[in-house]
Write a protein that binds this ligand. Structure first.
Ligand SMILES: [Zn+2]
Length: 165
């Protein structure tokens, strides 16, 4: 299992997002032990709330694999996927999700249990994949460093300009 390597890459991408003053989130999707797609977060940069790192990475993956069935893929993200991304993870049938930080207010796992809702796949098996295996809190401390830096920046008054839409 090379979870370390892939999450480390996702954390690098989250730093790039941060350096661009976007939300510090990065995502990597692995298929057959290879990174098939990766993305930074572009929601603030492009003023588009759908441009979460996970969404962009899933879209790249469906194009590369020419399939909407990503059941052989693992998604690595530095933060627990939000409800929007979690629903897409279920629709694209990603079978394994590894995340670092918890998002207790907006998480699609800990707050809105979309990632773990068995009824989705039971009621609508044509539309939703099985509940994915979830590895949580992985390399959490490493991923948190960037958020701590961001908070320090904000505390000093160096606010993110893009946050004021
Ligand atoms: Zn999201």
């Amino acid at each position: 299992m090379q979870d370390d390597k892939y999450m480390t890459r996702a954390i690098e991408l989250s730093r790039k997002s941060f350096e661009r003053l976007d939300m510090p989130i990065g995502c990597v999707i692995v298929h057959k032990n290879e990174i098939v797609a990766e993305s930074e977060n572009y929601a603030l940069t492009n003023k588009d709330f759908t441009q979460h790192a996970e969404v962009l990475t899933m879209l790249q993956t469906t194009k590369k694999l020419n399939s909407t069935n990503l059941s052989e893929c693992t998604l690595y993200t530095t933060m627990e996927p939000c409800p929007m991304c979690s629903l897409l993870i279920r629709e694209y049938r990603i079978s394994r999700v590894v995340f670092a930080l918890y998002s207790t207010d907006m998480g699609g796992y800990s707050k809105y249990p979309i990632l773990t809702d068995v009824s989705l796949s039971q009621k609508y098996p044509k539309h939703f994949g099985e509940v994915p295996e979830i590895k949580k809190g992985f390399l959490e401390d490493e991923a948190a460093k960037i958020w701590i830096e961001r908070k320090e920046m904000k505390d000093k008054g160096e606010v993110y300009k893009q946050e004021k839409y």
